[in-house]
Structure formats: C-alpha cells, structure tokens
Design a protein around this ligand. Structure first.
Ligand code: NAD
Length: 391
C-alpha cells in the first residue's frame, strides 16, 4: 500500500512563512527553502544574493555555458539541458578541440559560443551566455567562478564549492561585487523524495527527529583519477560524495550541526589512497542532542539516508542517485515521481535570475558545507577530537 503524505505539500508551502521565522534562530539562510524549489516554484528567499535582474535581458530561455566537458557535463547536464524550459545549452568552454567539434555538432552550438580556458574571459562580450556552470575538478571551481563573475555572468559551481573555506568566500565576494547570482549544483534539493525528507524532518510530521544516518560510497580503481589527487580534489570520498550525506542530515533538520567527530577507516589499498582518505566515518551533532551517523568510502558501495522520529521513520535507498530514488516511511512506500533533477535545478536557477529571486542553494550554503567538511577532516586528523562548527 502506498502511503499518503501526512502533510499535504501545499499546506507545507503555506507553512513556510511561519517555519522560516522559527528556524531563523538556527540557520536563517537555509531553513526550509529547498522545499519550495523545483521547476518554477522557487519561492522562499534565502542567502545574501544581491544580483539585479536588470543585467539580464528578458529572454524566453537563458543561455548556459558549461565549463569542463567531462562525465557529469556530458552524461547529465547537457542531456538535461535538452529538457529545460527556462534555459538551454548555449556555449561550451573546453581545453580539448576535439571535444569542442563533437559538442558543436551534437548540440548545435555556434562557433562564436565555443571558448578555450585561455579565451574564457571573452565570454563577457557574448550576450547569448547568461549563466556559466563550472563542472571542473573541485580545486578549479574558484578560479573559473571568479573569472566568470568578473565577466558579468551568473554562476553555478559544482559541489563541493571549493577545497577551502577561504576560496568559497572569495567566490561569494566576486559574485556580490559583480552583482551576479551564485548557486551550487545541489540537484537533490529539487528531487521529490529528498524534498519529502525535508518536509518530514523540518515539519516534524512524525514528531521530533531522534536520529539520522546516511552513507554514500562507491569504488574507485583507476589510479589516474583526479579524485585521488589531493591538490585537485581537496580530499577523498568525503569531499566528493560524503558531502551528500552532510547535506542530507542538514536538510532533514533545516539546521547546521554544532559539532562533529570523525575517524578515518583502514587503508587496504595504499597504492590508490596515498593522498586522500579511503574511507571515513563521522558524526554530526545538532541542537537538542540529535546525532547524524555518517559514512563515505571509495572502496565499497553505499547510498542511503535514514531518519527516525518520535512517531515514525523514513528511509531513502538509493537516496542520492541521478534517478531511481526509492523512499519509504513507517506508513509505507513513498508515492513520488522520478524527475530530471538537473533540469529542475537549472530551470529553478534561471527562474531566479529572470525574476530576480534568491536561489535556495546559494554560495553561502556551499561555504557552510565546506566548513563542515573541513571540521570533519580536522576531527579525524586529531584522532576523533570533537570540533565545534563556527558561525
Ligand atoms: P571528470 O573528470 O569526468 O571531468 C572533469 C573535466 O575537467 C574534464 O572535461 C577534464 O578535461 C577537465 N579538466 C580541466 N582541467 C583538468 C585537470 N587539471 N585535471 C583533470 N580534469 C581537468 O569529472 P566529473 O565527474 O565530471 O566532475 C566534475 C565536477 O562535477 C566535480 O566538481 C564533481 O564533484 C562534480 N560532480 C557533480 C555531480 C553531481 O551530481 N552534482 C556528479 C558528478 C560530478
């Protein structure tokens, strides 16, 4: 039997005004907002975004340029941009001429909208490009977001936003100074099962949340992957996929943890994991003693997010995949649609720009998460010492 949502979505959205007030004591900029996101429903204001829509001429669809034509750009974002309503694939930035040729043909991209990493700054003079989406290795996000902001374009950075808190701040500052919007590629904020978890946890549909657990792991066996290079990746599975569990715990509660503890797992493949961790376990402590127990690894598979409350429970498994998300609660299976997460995410951001609204997944959220990731590493480096999260 499929369970009916106990709190109808429309009622939930109506409740947001009240709830934001309540949660504003905790994490004002991120409380509950993701629940209104998706398609054109981007609603509640968040972040400190100061961009003005007057920079962006009124168009039916905004043009997006993808920077870095790797697996995620080619496998997910470009196909999603064939389904978007508010934006389209207008340009590309790549260091590989052969890829430029292939993409130009496949997606009908004109020559004048194709850039190399060297000619990237010239994008400032291209009215076809409204949004630049940086899909490069993690440590390269700051340079390309800052250069894009200086070119006057609205920016999306993939996760993790950067490999240091300072870099995240520089990215936010550059976007503010150039009056452009900045968003992070947090696609799951636009995914119905994950949105239902936000609703169940934040609205206390089953009473107060008692505990959370989650894991996101996959196996890497190719030693040449940049994900194993500390300089480019910033860290191992925690930076890459553990960040989804950090996000999951935070959006279950609509809060930021007050402290973390962490420990690295055993290294069984030292040839692969000489620079970044092979696996890590961490616990995030929230207000009222709620604890999220989390794991991430590059040496096994795992993909779930669970929550237990006073009068019920929920579980997504898989929780973080591009599709096929499955959810159940103590009342039965969640009866929710599969959607194109990336199409919704990019459409929502384009809508924010067109209507000068603030994104529910702003740079400030990316910075918060990198701060949490750094605290987790600090705890693991110090043998599991409790590290408080500032601010
Ligand atoms: P990838 O290795 O498949 O692609 C990286 C791209 O960057 C390639 O086109 C490569 O040529 C280019 N590049 C430029 N300079 C490089 C350098 N010095 N070293 C390596 N590559 C270089 O990686 P990916 O899986 O597409 O990941 C790219 C970004 O997207 C990462 O930040 C990752 O975390 C993020 N990502 C997000 C999701 C999501 O679901 N939101 C999924 C996958 C990846």
């Amino acid at each position: 039997m499929k369970n009916k949502p106990t709190t109808p979505r429309r009622q939930f959205i109506r409740n947001i005004g009240l709830a934001v007030g309540t949660f504003s004591l905790i994490t004002p900029q991120f409380a509950l907002t993701a629940c209104t996101s998706g398609g054109n429903q981007e609603g509640a204001a968040t972040g400190t975004d100061t961009a003005s829509s007057s920079q962006t001429p009124q168009k039916d669809k905004l043009g997006i340029a993808l920077v870095g034509l790797g697996n995620y750009a080619g496998g997910q974002l470009a196909p999603a941009l064939q389904e978007t309503k508010n934006c389209y694939l207008a340009g590309i930035v790549t260091g590989t001429p052969a890829k430029a040729e292939e993409w130009k043909k496949k997606y009908n991209i004109p020559d004048e909208n194709v850039y190399s990493y060297e000619s990237y700054d010239d994008i400032a003079n291209n009215p076809d490009i409204d949004i630049i989406y940086v899909v490069l290795p993690n440590a390269m996000h700051p340079e390309y977001v800052i250069r894009g902001a200086k070119a006057g374009k609205h920016m999306i950075s993939e996760k993790p936003m950067a490999t240091t808190v300072e870099d995240c701040q520089r990215m936010i500052d550059a976007c503010n100074e150039n009056k452009v919007k900045l968003s992070i590629g947090y696609r799951l904020h636009f995914e119905p099962h994950n949105q239902r978890v936000m609703e169940l946890g934040q609205q206390k549909v089953y009473g107060n949340v008692k505990n959370i657990s989650g894991a996101h792991s996959f196996t890497i066996s190719d030693p040449s992957r940049w994900r194993l290079d500390k300089k480019l990746a910033g860290g191992g599975p925690l930076m890459d996929v553990g960040i989804y569990v950090v996000q999951g715990a935070c959006y279950t509660l609509g809060e930021t943890p007050v402290a973390v503890t962490a420990s690295y797992g055993k290294v069984t493949k030292p040839d692969l994991f000489s620079q970044v961790e092979q696996s890590i376990h961490w616990e995030m402590e929230f207000r009222n003693g709620i604890v999220a127990k989390c794991d991430s690894s590059y040496a096994e598979g795992a993909n779930y997010l669970k929550g237990e409350a006073e009068n019920g429970w929920w579980e997504l498994s898989p929780a973080y995949s591009y599709g096929g998300i499955e959810g159940k609660t103590s009342e039965g299976p969640m009866d929710l649609p599969q959607v194109n997460q990336q199409a919704r995410q990019m459409d929502a951001f384009a809508d924010c720009i067109t209507h000068n609204k603030e994104t529910s997944v702003p740079g400030e959220m990316g910075l918060r998460d990198v701060r949490i990731l750094m605290a987790i590493y600090e705890s693991a480096d110090k043998g599991g010492k409790r590290v408080e999260i500032e601010g």
